[in-house]
Ligand binder design. Sequence first.
Ligand code: PHE
Length: 468
Amino acid sequence: GIVHQIIKIKENHIINKNTGDFFNMSKREKWSSEFGFLMAAAGSAIGLGNLWKFPYLTGISGGAVFIIMYLILMFTLGAPLLLTEMSIGRHTKSNSIDACKKISPKWGIAGGFGVAGAFVILSYYMVIGGWVLKYMTSYLFGTIENPQQYFSDFTSSTAEPIIWLVVFTGICALIVNAGVSNGIEKISKIFLPLLFLFIIIIAVKSLSLPNSIEGVKFFLIPDFSQKNWISIFINAMGQVFFSLSLGMGTLITYGSYLDDDVNLVKNSLYIPIFDAVIAITAGFAVLPAVFVFNIPPESGAGMIFQVLPSVFNEIKFGRIFAVIFFLLVFFAAVTSAISLFEVITAYLSENRHFKRLTAVIMIFIATSFTGILSSMSFGKLSNIKILGMTFFEFFSFLSDKILMPLGGLLICILAGYIWDRVVFKNELSSGGKYKVKIFKSLRFILRYTAPLMIIIILISSWIMDLSD
Ligand code: PHE
């Protein structure tokens, strides 16, 4: 009888002996609500990119000119790609590699960039995540006397940063192991609203400092005498990709847990709006404070670790504000890191048939090792260079400048040229339930505008990065 035709080969998987068909019988996870999805997806987008990169990129890119470009690109390029990735995910209900394969069998590689990229990003992201934890606890139990010295002593040491990065990754592993709706969604529904609240507290405080108006002016008044337009443009584009978690399979994976009747177009606008609002609020929180204390806004990636602590030391209740600030950065970092974790977890468990726990442990161990290299590149391994870059710089170059744009490019081509347009449109409209007026423009962007821009950016940023 039928029972004999079916052999159980692994937990949850059966194979039909007659046809050889392979079924995954485990019920795929789903978000428990649209709000939960939105918090998780916004949580992925809102991260160190908004709080750590955005203020300093705005600083080195001459202020408001950068912001204007960033906002334009956010909605002309970022949102369309976000929408496309979500549609691919929901349509195929698969991890990023299988999703792309289901659109077109030879195209698994488009999702492969995501899995590889997620791994690389995670491995350096968790280093900074560890720093954030360290700073949070330092302020919780004491204070930081000499921020510059403290930062270089801490980051160049070996054991302590490694312990913190392992703790950070461990927290992410626990959340992801708990599952999509039980872990990721639950945590995002708590962390994201708190993050909103905390960043407003910090921004209000920062704006209330005397002289903060200088920072606001710098932030909001465009300096059109800028000469390096091209590099500002490249920075803005890179920031949009990174900040919206594009090209890394994140939105494919998160979209794959969505219900068929969720309005994708609407969500593809909410996520960039949240993301941009947080980035700009972070600018208001960080830059005025920086100006008040006469610190050059170009002080770079160390801004939140070296510059802000000097500010916290000067103001009343500085320790409390410091804890709130680093806690909010921690929330942002965790909700992004778990989305990277989930991209790899979904692939390992669905495509490679590992148990979720096994997959999570494998990722935890593998990224920790790579993370240690990045971490030590601020200290003992600072002399080891790949293409003139330290491990940390190399990993961020590899993911931000190579894997991410290439992944994004392939997704554009896959959805713009290969995916059947009727099927695509049907997915966007949830089978005709919603009107999709933007379909023509979306396809135009996917076919022409986006690939062209990505290629220009790819080439020019390689030239710029590798030549300095
Ligand atoms: N968007 C996250 C941030 O801004 C980083 C990220 C990139 C997360 C790619 C997932 C995928 O910090």
